[in-house]
Design a protein around this ligand. Sequence first.
Ligand code: GDP
Length: 451
Amino acid sequence: MSRPTDTIAALATPVGTSAIAVVRVSGPDCASLAQGLFGPVPLPPRVARHTDYRNLQGAVLDDVLATFYQAPRSYTGEDSLEIALHGNPFIAQSILNDLLARGIRLAEAGEFTQRAFLCGKMDLSQAEAVMDLIHARSERALAAANQQLRGSLGRHLSELTEGLLLVLARIEAYIDFPDEDLPAEDRRIVVKELDTVLHGTARLLATHHYGELLRDGIKTVIIGEPNAGKSSLLNRLIGRDRALVSPEPGTTRDFIEERIILGPHCLRLIDTAGLNPSPAALEKLGMDKTLERAAEADLFLWVLDATRPIPALPDSVSSRLTPANTLVLLNKADLLAESTPLPFTALPSLSISALTGDGITSLGDHITRLADAFRFDQGDEIIAINARHADALRRATECLNTARDKVANSGPTELLASDLRGALDAFGEIAGKIDNERMLDHLFKTFCIGK
Ligand code: GDP
């Protein structure tokens, strides 16, 4: 993709009434634009100037703070201008209209970050981290995005790439002399080196699920028989009445899903239809959906009615429950005259009352501890790759495995090199070193306007 030659502008803050809004401009015309708007004295780079904004007709639109950034020391790497105005959508629109009248074009979604990437200010994984940063919902997600923005994933990939280049160099010496075959000793070394790269790739791939948990929230499914108090618990945890609470069993047939922040984590709490051993037809439909949700849950909150016998769970659910992903909640503790022993020893359990709120703080601490264990660190860094990275790493793994088989089985050396290059290309895609215009366009379009 070639470097852009035009100048773009967009509102970088949400549309609405606020103290301040920011219009951002980037491209080669910024210096002359700043001179035309705020001259005759040029704006010194990186110094905010308090000034009037006058449109082409000379009318004052607002009293603004204008800052000029000289290339390459700007977010995009191009000359840029930031205009902080009063947060009135009408003023913002008037300023944008005036900029258009001066020959500036409206930016598309993600175009500023795309330019930063094209100017070499960041690699693709860092550009994606900007998005993650904007959308981070929890302390952990924020920490992971910040580390990725500072190049953590890029550094891990460079290590893998370097390891692979070493193998390639070793092999290429033999490609130039087709009569000579790779000696057995060298084959052993190559296999070992490939194993190191494969191992590193697998470690990065293993962070994909953690990436999903960070970006989407930890899927926490509330299960239990009808009337156990699942909806009451959801309402209690989110702090308001969201789910219908009714003394009539089977009232939650559709799913209610809410995100909550618990300590450093973001949870996607999902209330499900009760698991009834002998359901009515409509209830059965709800139960099937519960089973589907349970199949993909990260955490289970199994709510029991403390006044009733413990119900059996369908096998497909009970087989998924482990001490690492389940909390058994003995609800309606307020109805018991004295505390009863907790029902399970194999699964962590807790006595609560969704009605009075008793035990809910302790429940929060328990959930936080379980969620803490999902953390996936590489040394002191949090790595959490996204679906695009995972796809590239899977392709790299395939190429590496094929190459490894060929070396181990004395296959021809030239073919080996093409597999290794396939893996290198896949690594390169993650950082954006491989030019793929469609992928880049698609990726940046998922950003917001003004970013
Ligand atoms: P669900 O069917 O599992 O979602 O259960 P609900 O949350 O709708 O609750 C069923 C009934 O149990 C309602 O009448 C709630 O008020 C009541 N309930 C829920 N939790 C408690 C609790 O901790 N103590 C008492 N006494 N009643 C509760």
